[in-house]
Design a protein around this ligand. Structure first.
Ligand code: C2E
Ligand code: CA
Ligand code: CA
Length: 713
């Protein structure tokens, strides 16, 4: 039967897998936001910086261009001044009268304005201003640079200042040294510069009547430099500046972009790393299930939610039965494989919202939040048992395990996670005690038993020292002739504090703690001594069977111990039989075949105990030196009522005989069972039908009475 999905009424529950995952994300979101903000700031900051740099460079370029033009204007001004000084110093120049150089009306007050050379050429005095104006005109025609003299009190109306010149001239009177501006002249761009002109001695010749004195500002000389080529070259340079700044801007943006990508990548890496750490801290690496840490967190959340919603929670504590056997026998790698497969199956049995965890070892838990009745929990538990009891295919071995489940319910079985878990554990132990492969709901009565179990381990330690163990013996009967052939030694523990404790209860505890080794040694010694006593009393049995735990058998020094035992007790060889379970065969590492062979060399026989309940692989019987098999009492019990069990027993007997093995049927309680076994050809029988296990003393009496007479028939 496959697992059924059980439907519950549910609302969304906090603390599920996804929710817990999200816990680690706000940090990342914050960081991503921070990085995005940083990137935007860097982008805007960089763009602004580049823009400012652009504006500054452009204006710088303008200034440089203006400065160059101004320098050109100043150079021309200086040249003008030099000419003017020369001309003024020489009091003007006589030139031939022609169209361009007519006698100046402004110099009519000068008597020697016009001269005639002895050869009759007419010369007229040209004042420096006029001369220079003409030179300037020439210069303007040739090079485009215009020069012009102007004055607030011009002699020549042509020299009347325009508004800008007037303002400049006025500023010179207030002490200014120079003015310049960019302007349009006849639609072309020009830089106009004007500097003051001071009255010199020579000036007075023409201007004294205007009241000037030497050193007075007489006017100004303006120079206009065409700006066309300056502007063109500046425009070219500006273009270059723009292009290079765009490149710089792009380089910066690329760097920011790269930084953004790297930051995000680093953030991702950090997040992945954090996730990994978080995962390691919260998940079981073997099965991928949540671990104890996360389990407790989920349980606490589920409890808080259930408290608010007044709802119910179930906690299942699952422990695999016989896992230790598989682990010991098939090795840890196979054990791990089993755990992984078990985890996978467990997940199949629950809803998405339920939390399946592995607490460690072979212990699992399931949290079922928002359940409404115990019945549905039982269904889940049953489906888990079904799922886990399907055979596991482990490295070619078909392996059977089962599970025991303890269940607690919130709020009735505990209100906090600690109590719920502990009580579920208690209920799980109860399920184990009641035969395994089952589930039990927790009851408060179980707690008392649990308390006892905790102290069991401690009590076991002192039990050996205090000689609280005893061996009881149960006779083994030869079915063919009805006589006793021997006995099985069975340990008994009479604890002064806890009373009689069954081996079923304390042997597993002893195996877990390793105490089974000294206990097992004691059993072997005691059984050997008892057998010796009966021998001496003339009560000689053919065989003595002693139970040996797999833990004990697999121990390194076991062979040596057995050799010593055989040496110390020469009556044992060919009479001592060790009862082992099939799990011994699964331990390929320790080569059970070799070990069994060596035991046989010492004269020790091997019986396979509880045959039929474990792996029951016939190939083992063929491969390993085994003498007897003991059919488990669970099969013998129903041989007279269950045809299947009957057929199974008959088959086991036939097969064992075929392999040359003897068969012991254990748990024979009725005459009918005896008859069935007799008819089936079974070799030996053991059970309450003949006798319960009894103390060594009682068994001595029993032997005395029955050794020479038939027990049955
Ligand atoms: P086992 O080896 O299968 O032992 C047989 C068990 O069946 C014994 O239980 C015995 O009392 C019981 N039994 C015998 N005849 C009948 C019968 O007719 N009907 C029923 N119902 N039961 C019968 P016991 O003594 O309680 O031992 C339980 C188990 O404890 C043993 O099962 C064995 O696995 C383990 N054990 C006992 N003594 C030792 C020991 O010295 N060393 C180790 N390692 N294990 C031991
Ligand atoms: Ca046994
Ligand atoms: Ca048995």
């Amino acid at each position: 039967m496959r697992c059924r999905k059980v439907d519950f009424h549910i609302e969304s529950i906090p603390g599920g897998f996804e929710n817990s995952m999200i816990q680690s994300f706000p940090l990342i979101h914050n960081d991503e936001g921070r990085i995005r903000l940083q990137l935007w700031l860097a982008f805007f900051g960089w763009t602004l910086l580049v823009l400012l740099l652009l504006l500054w460079s452009l204006s710088n370029e303008d200034n440089e261009m203006l400065e160059s033009a101004r320098q050109e204007a100043i150079d021309n001004f200086k040249k003008d001044q030099a000419f003017r000084v020369w001309a003024t110093a020489h009091g003007g120049v006589y030139v031939p009268v022609n169209e361009r150089t007519q006698p100046s009306p402004h110099l009519s007050h000068i008597p020697e304005r016009d001269l005639v050379t002895p050869s009759g050429r007419k010369l007229t005095l040209m004042n420096p201003a006029f001369m220079l104006r003409q030179m300037m005109d020439e210069y303007a025609d040739l090079y485009g640079i215009k020069g012009r003299i102007t004055s607030l009190k011009p002699l020549n109306p042509n020299n009347v200042p325009d508004a800008w010149e007037r303002a400049a001239l006025e500023s010179f009177e207030r002490g200014a040294k120079e003015q310049f501006e960019l302007t349009d002249i006849n639609g072309d761009p020009y830089l106009r510069l004007i500097r003051p002109m001071f009255t010199t001695e020579g000036c007075l010749k023409c201007h004294s009547h205007q009241g000037y004195q030497v050193g007075d500002i007489r006017g100004g000389v303006g120079i206009s430099v065409p700006m066309k080529h300056y502007l063109a070259s500046a425009a070219g340079k500006k273009q270059e500046i723009k292009a290079s700044l765009v490149m710089i801007w792009l380089a910066g943006i690329s760097a920011i972009w790269f930084y953004g990508i790297r930051s995000r990548q680093r953030l991702r890496e950090r997040k992945d790393y954090e996730d990994q750490i978080w995962h390691q801290a919260n998940f079981d690496s073997l099965t991928g299930l949540s671990n104890r840490n996360l389990f407790l967190d989920r349980l606490d959340r589920a409890l808080a939610y259930a408290q608010r919603q007044q709802s119910m929670i179930a906690l299942l504590f699952i422990d695999l039965d016989r896992f230790k056997d598989v682990n010991d026998a098939l090795g840890h790698a196979t054990g791990d494989q089993l755990l992984q497969e078990a985890a996978r199956r467990l997940r199949l049995c629950v809803r998405e919202m339920d939390t399946v965890s592995r607490l460690g070892g072979d212990e699992f838990t399931v949290i079922l939040p928002a359940i409404n009745e115990g019945q549905s929990v039982a269904r889940v538990a049953a489906s888990i048992l079904t799922e886990l009891s399907r055979p596991f295919d482990l490295a070619g071995h078909e392996t059977h395990v089962s599970a025991s489940i303890g269940i607690t319910l919130y709020p009735q079985d505990g209100t906090d996670s600690g109590m719920l878990l502990q009580n579920a554990d208690t209920a799980m132990y109860q399920a184990k005690a009641e035969g395994r492969n089952t589930y039990r709901f927790f009851t408060w009565e179980m707690n008392k038993e649990a308390e006892g179990r905790v102290s069991l381990g401690a009590a076991l330690r002192s039990a050996l020292r205090e000689e609280e163990f005893q061996l009881h013996y149960q006779p083994i009967i030869d079915i063919a002739d009805g006589h006793i052939v021997g006995a099985e030694a069975l340990i008994r523990w009479d604890s002064p504090r806890q009373g009689q404790i069954r081996p079923d209860v304390f042997i597993p505890v002893a195996e877990e703690s390793g105490l089974i080794v000294p206990i097992g040694d004691w059993v072997l010694q005691q059984a050997a001594l008892d057998l010796e006593q009966w021998d001496r009393a003339g009560l000689k049995m053919e065989l003595l069977s002693v139970n040996v735990s797999t833990v004990q058998f697999q121990l390194e020094g076991f062979l040596i111990k057995m050799r010593d035992l055989m040496k110390d007790h020469p009556h044992l060889p060919s009479r001592l039989f060790l009862e082992i379970t099939e799990s011994v065969f699964l331990d390929e590492h320790r080569e059970p075949g070799t070990r069994l062979g060596k035991l046989r060399e010492e004269g020790i026989g091997i019986s396979i105990d509880d045959f039929g309940t474990g792996y029951s692989s016939l190939s083992y019987l063929k491969r390993f030196p085994v003498d007897k098999i003991k059919i488990d009492k669970s099969f013998v019990r129903d041989v007279t009522s269950d045809p299947e069990d009957a057929a199974l027993c008959e088959a086991i007997i036939a097969m064992a005989h075929h392999l040359g093995l003897k068969v012991v049927a254990e748990g024979v309680e009725t005459k009918e069972q005896w008859q069935f076994l007799d008819e089936s050809g079974c070799d030996y029988a053991q059970g309450f039908y003949f006798s319960r296990p009894m103390t060594a003393g009682a068994f001595t009496d029993y032997l005395g009475e029955h050794l020479s007479v038939k027990v049955v028939g």
